[in-house]
Design a protein around this ligand. Structure first.
Ligand code: ADP
Ligand code: MG
Length: 332
């Protein structure tokens, strides 16, 4: 990766303060998003992908839900050190986020055009008329047919795919340097899913916008991203170049997830559990390697000591597994 990354997360811990005590859904996460790069964050539901993304935008601030440790470097600053007011200048402006369910983020009582105008005027000193014209331009940019007419419609009048395009238009309004897309296509059917991913890739290429793409589907990563970060139970277990990781996954969890990837001939495997068991809740974190209870390779060492995230000699992929050398075939 060339130059300084646009986003660099160092040893981030996000603690939630709940009635049951403190839990840590993000537990020492380090990752980078390079300039103009699309990075995939992948892992099953409950692994802390959304919590990581929401920490970057400090979305838990308002309700004093969370406290943080570590560093989130963006544009030469540590976002964790910004005041709430400074953070409001970052959100939706320098960093935008889109979610799985666009209906919950769109306001039902405002027109599509009106919502884009609001976003523009929140961060930019522009008049209504100019903003309205820009709104239509943004709707066109995201591939919405008849944008002048659509701008006057309300969210419920649009299909799921069109709503997600609207969310992307709103996210792009202020030309953010980083787009965080949290399962943006999960709620959509396969054809529309492919179109939205193509749109994100196209905007990445044309606008040079960096993207952090969160998904539970490694197939999406294979098609869209240049690098991948695999998360398990609040930690990064593997990260590297998409081609390297797909060619030679080193973490047993990644290997398990890859069994769910659709094959090129379209023969998607049965919906069998690809990794046996499930992600435990945060108050039941296993000793040692967190994946050990679900892992076919686990031995006593795995059950007692946590491996570090590190690269094997001669490899750029970073992996958190005692047996990675054996899996890579570089050790007995
Ligand atoms: N507000 C909250 N309070 C307590 N625990 C939470 C809260 N939000 C999420 N969690 C827990 O944090 C963990 C990570 O959740 P999340 O980041 O949503 O995972 P993912 O996006 O990978 O599915 C889960 O165990 C989830 O139950
Ligand atoms: Mg999530």
């Amino acid at each position: 990766m060339s130059a300084e990354p646009i986003l660099q997360i160092n040893e981030l811990k996000t603690h939630f303060h709940t009635e049951r005590g403190r839990v840590t859904p993000v537990d020492g996460v380090s990752l980078e998003v390079g300039r103009g790069e699309i990075v995939g964050i992948v892992g099953e539901s409950g692994c802390g992908k959304s919590a990581t993304a929401q920490s970057v935008l400090r979305l838990f601030d308002e309700k004093r839900l969370a406290s943080y440790e570590g560093e989130i470097r963006f544009g030469g600053r540590d976002l964790l050190g910004l005041t709430p007011k400074q953070m409001r200048g970052v959100r939706g402006n320098e960093i935008s986020m889109i979610f799985q369910d666009p209906l919950s983020s769109l306001n039902p009582v405002y027109t599509i055009g009106g919502q884009i105008v609001e976003t523009l005027r929140l961060h930019r000193p522009i008049g209504r008329k100019e903003a309205a014209a820009k709104a239509i331009e943004l709707l066109r940019l995201t591939g919405i047919p008849a944008p002048e007419r659509r701008a006057r419609e309300y969210p419920h009048q649009l299909s799921g795919g069109m709503r997600q395009r609207v969310m992307i238009a709103i996210a792009l309004a202020c030309e953010p340097r980083l787009l965080i897309a949290d399962e943006p296509t999960t709620a959509l059917d396969v054809t529309i899913q492919a179109q939205i991913l193509e749109l994100i890739q196209d905007l990445n290429r044309r606008l040079g916008m960096s993207v952090m793409l969160i998904t539970h589907d490694l197939g999406v990563v294979a098609e869209t991203c240049s690098r991948v970060v695999v998360m398990y139970l609040g930690q990064v277990v593997e990260s590297g170049d998409v081609r390297d990781v797909f060619k030679a996954p080193l973490h047993p969890y990644t290997i398990g997830l890859m069994k769910a990837v659709p094959r090129l001939d379209g023969d998607r495997k049965q919906e069998l559990p690809d990794v046996p068991g499930s992600v435990p809740p945060l108050h039941q974190i296993p000793q040692g390697c967190r994946f050990a209870p679900r892992c076919a390779f686990a031995d006593d060492k795995c059950r007692s000591a946590m491996p570090e995230l590190a690269a094997l000699p001669g490899s750029d992929t970073r992996v958190r597994c005692w047996h990675a050398g054996r899996i890579a075939g570089t050790e007995d």
